[in-house]
Design a protein around this ligand. Structure first.
Ligand SMILES: *Cc1c(COP(=O)(O)O)cnc(C)c1O
Length: 470
């Protein structure tokens, strides 16, 4: 059955030889026309195989679709989309979004050459860390800092440099899986560190760490933030302050994978949870690492801060070359760190911070605006304001829910599942959630300059429904 349908997909060469396509080749490079056509035919094939469609559109319809895609530059696989899920650091949706000025700065560095590894004052080779090291140290109070391509790399590098061949004590409550394929015990093994599990899942005491060092031969203490879950009830963990003292008294070192953190006290942002990256350094941790594109809100990267002697050693590790951060992420990091010198500046310019600190009232106001736009543009759908619980996401602040608002849209004549799928298939996809019979657009993660696009998307849906009825 599927084979028969597949056979009715037009041949690429025949399609490209038709008048409409030849016409397009005058406006777009033939290679792009071909690529775009091929992509669409592949999608049709996939849709048939997955059972999503039972017949192939007519050739004229196929042509129209390809022309539309060319005209709207919709032939990229990786593309911009609208996140209406209310999950701020959505791991599947690219995590931290850039603000306008951040994006402009990164584009400027990307276009042409830069002084990435050139010391302009001295006229000789420079270090790629030089652009951000001083900023990070100022903001965190750390002696020294460096950055790599992501925090997973930072953890690995930190362990490989400072704990290889050594016993590393870690609480059983912190032997976590962070997502994807990042599991702390495996990362430790790969890095050459020897795992020394202590305590229990729910409770680990200072005496467990002391025993690990005094009796089991542990030389390193590792603390890991349980990024994507939180334990309640009969639990106990030992904080960096006490751990650093235990380590210091025994000539050991304390490493802390913080996962994520702010450059501010969370209270300064009006948040009930979370921590500043410097708190662990102040409490005596020797080396701390965290992600650049979680709560910091920059591009993918891993930041390592701590005592100079350890950071220097990390910089000299051969693996550093393999894990190095690229210039675009570095440019994004520098501008983000500059914004972090002031909480209100950060909240204005760094989207992640703006979204996390967006008040319920502000969300309501934003939702009303979107709702009015939808109502004024489209008749035939039923909208309503809906209180929602948004999430920080990205394994950053487990357990913290953010009170927000969404616009719930009911489209008569079309199931929310089908509407959701159609929203995904646009040139600018919109990722919304479904609640009962409605599509839900949570405004916390929607930029206001995306409202028009959402209204347009809903107009398209309504048009499709009406078209089918005729
Ligand atoms: C997210 C996280 C990592 C991995 O960081 P990436 O930047 O995604 O590579 C490592 N450890 C902890 C505790 C995390 O939360």
């Amino acid at each position: 059955m599927a084979n028969e349908i597949l056979r009715s997909i037009p041949k690429l060469d025949l399609l490209l030889g038709r008048a409409a396509m030849l016409n397009m080749k005058e406006r777009f490079h033939p290679a792009i026309v071909k690529l775009c056509a091929q992509q669409y035919l592949d999608e049709l094939r996939q849709a048939v195989l997955a059972g999503r469609i039972g017949s192939i559109p007519a050739v004229a319809e196929i042509e129209t679709e390809i022309i539309n895609r060319l005209e709207s530059e919709d032939y990229f696989h990786l593309k911009h989309l609208i996140n209406a899920t209310g999950v701020v650091l959505h791991t599947n949706l690219g995590r931290a979004p850039f603000g306008e000025e951040m994006a402009r700065h990164v584009a400027k560095v990307a276009q042409g050459y830069s002084n990435l590894e050139y010391d302009l004052a001295e006229g000789r080779r420079g270090s790629r860390y030089s652009h951000v090291e001083k900023l990070i140290c100022e903001l965190t109070g750390a002696e020294s800092a460096m950055v790599v391509n992501n925090n997973a790399g930072a953890v690995f590098l930190m362990l490989n440099t400072l704990a290889k061949g050594k016993k590393v004590a870690i609480s059983r409550g912190e032997l976590v899986e962070i997502g994807g394929s990042f599991r702390v015990p495996e990362i430790m093994r790969e890095s050459g560190a020897e795992l020394c599990e202590i305590g229990t899942t729910n409770k680990t005491h200072a005496k467990d760490y002391i025993r690990a060092m005094d009796e089991l031969g542990a030389e390193v203490l590792l603390k890991v933030h349980t990024s994507n879950f939180k334990m309640y009830g009969f639990t106990q963990e030992v904080l960096p302050k006490e751990l650093s003292q235990i380590a210091r008294e025994r000539d050991g070192i304390l490493l802390h994978d913080l996962g994520s953190g702010f450059m501010f006290a969370p209270e300064a942002l009006g948040l009930r949870e979370g921590h500043a990256v410097w708190s662990s350094i102040r409490e005596g941790a020797d080396v701390v690492c965290f992600s650049a594109d979680k709560l910091l809100g920059a591009a993918q990267g891993g930041i390592i801060i701590g005592k100079k002697k350890y950071i220097e050693k990390i910089k000299q590790n051969q693996l550093t070359r393999m894990l190095r951060i690229d210039k675009l992420s570095l440019a994004a990091l520098e501008i983000t760190l500059q914004y972090c010198h002031d909480t209100s500046l950060a909240a204005e310019k760094i989207p992640v911070i703006s979204m996390l600190t967006m008040t319920e009232d502000k969300c309501r106001e934003k939702a009303e605006k979107l709702m009015h736009l939808i109502e004024s543009r489209i008749d035939g759908c039923i909208t309503r304001l809906m209180p929602v619980q948004d999430e920080p996401g990205g394994g950053s602040l487990p357990g913290l829910m953010l009170d927000g608002y969404a616009v719930a849209v009911k489209l008569p004549g079309i199931s929310p599942e089908r509407a959701e799928h159609m929203l995904h298939c646009r040139s600018v996809p919109v990722i919304a959630r479904i609640s009962k019979d409605s599509l839900v657009f949570s405004v916390r993660t929607i930029f206001e300059n995306e409202y028009e696009e959402i209204a347009e998307a809903l107009e398209e849906l309504i048009r499709t429904v009406r078209g089918k009825r005729k």
